[in-house]
Design a protein around this ligand. Structure first.
Ligand code: 2P0
Length: 346
């Protein structure tokens, strides 16, 4: 943190996370409480990430925010909730009488927030997850706050709570109506499975046609499959996936990941009117992965798709080179204009 007594500045980065057990649907829209638990892998810091600088100063007249270089609306309700909650914690800590607690910066100073992604925003690549995780973390650093912050990040964007931790992270849905038990927990750190790799196949960098928040609202209202999935399928899959990660069992990890992706997109199709996130290239990638795996007689590669057509591929270190060659063969860069990004869990 840079500081004189009039101003304090903090810069942080937060990576995106890619769900292998999907979050889709809220039981409480305001507090952002999900209808099922979910599980994800947080990417490495040098991959897809948001970088946010927060500054407070005695001279700032109002709170302001810039996203990717353009000033945005600070009155957005979710942004306001995160600011309010962090300031509430900061005041509480300052009033606690703890001698180790800095009294600077003053909580009443206005804040300026400057945030940018190094990847396409709102293209189904978890930009809001990295964005809100980064904002909450940066503000917490600014005020010297520690401890459980995923509950605040969750109120910015549900999936953001999972980006507060690295490695393999679950978001426990919780039971309480105040959301205090709906938090993220690390299952295993990145170092637990060093051979695991993530490839992002960027099919389209366009904004998604239906945003996640609206999409999941319609799904909750209209899809019987979503209700069945949340109650009957996900609880079991959470256990199986946790076990697969603990045992580094790629075969099980990959199969559950692909089935989860397919069921999530099936609930989108079961939504009325239906939501289409996948396109023809996405479906060709799905076929390619299945053919590649059956050619080798084992599951070497898994796909997963979120609220957009871009594919995220999970594989192991020793298969990356060959699979990338296969992708390049079937999707020459000049044909689709897309490209591949390489990643590993954080
Ligand atoms: C996930 N997605 O688990 C799922 C899979 C998209 C598909 O979390 O309304 O942007 O802000 O809580 O967090 C997207 O949901 O939605 C999402 P809000 P969010 O990663």
């Amino acid at each position: 943190m840079a500081e004189d007594r009039n101003m304090a500045v903090v810069t942080c980065s937060a990576p995106v996370n890619i769900a292998v057990i999907k979050y889709w649907g809220k039981r409480d829209e305001e507090a952002i409480l999900p209808i099922n638990s979910s599980l994800s892998v947080t990417l490495h810091q040098d991959q897809l990430k948001t970088t946010t600088t927060v500054a407070v100063s005695r001279d700032f007249k109002e709170d302001r925010i810039w996203l990717n270089g353009t000033e945005d609306n600070i009155t957005h309700p979710r942004l306001q909730t995160c600011l309010r909650e962090i300031r509430r914690l900061a005041r509480k800590r300052r009033n606690s009488g703890d001698e180790n607690c800095n009294t600077f910066p003053t909580v009443s100073y206005k804040v300026h927030i400057c945030s940018a992604n190094n990847f396409p925003t709102a293209a189904g690549l978890a930009s809001s997850a990295a964005g809100y995780a980064c904002l909450v973390y940066a503000l917490a650093k600014l005020y010297g706050l520690e401890g459980e912050l995923s509950e605040i990040a969750r109120q910015g964007s549900g999936s953001a709570c999972r980006s507060m931790y690295g490695g393999f992270v679950q978001w426990v849905m919780g039971e309480k109506t105040d959301g205090s038990d709906s938090i993220a927990q690390q299952i295993k750190p990145e170092s637990h499975w060093p051979e695991l790799r993530v490839l992002i196949l960027v099919v389209s960098a366009e904004r998604k046609p239906v945003g996640s928040t609206t999409g999941m609202q319609t799904s909750v209202k209209t899809s019987p499959l979503l209700k069945h999935r949340a109650e009957k399928i996900v609880p079991e899959r959470m256990k199986e996936m946790t076990e697969a990660i603990q045992c580094r069992d790629f075969e099980s990890f990959a199969q559950i990941t692909m089935k989860e992706s397919n069921q999530f997109h099936a609930t989108c199709l079961d939504t009325f009117p239906p939501i289409f996130y996948l396109n023809n290239i996405s479906r060709r990638i799905i076929n390619l992965v299945h053919k590649y795996n059956s050619h080798h007689g084992e599951t070497r590669v898994a796909y997963t798709f979120d609220a957009g057509p871009n594919a995220v591929i999970y594989t192991l270190h020793q298969h990356v080179e060959e699979f990338v060659e296969v992708v390049k063969h079937f999707f020459p860069p000049e044909e689709n204009g897309g490209h591949i990004r390489y990643g590993r869990p954080r």
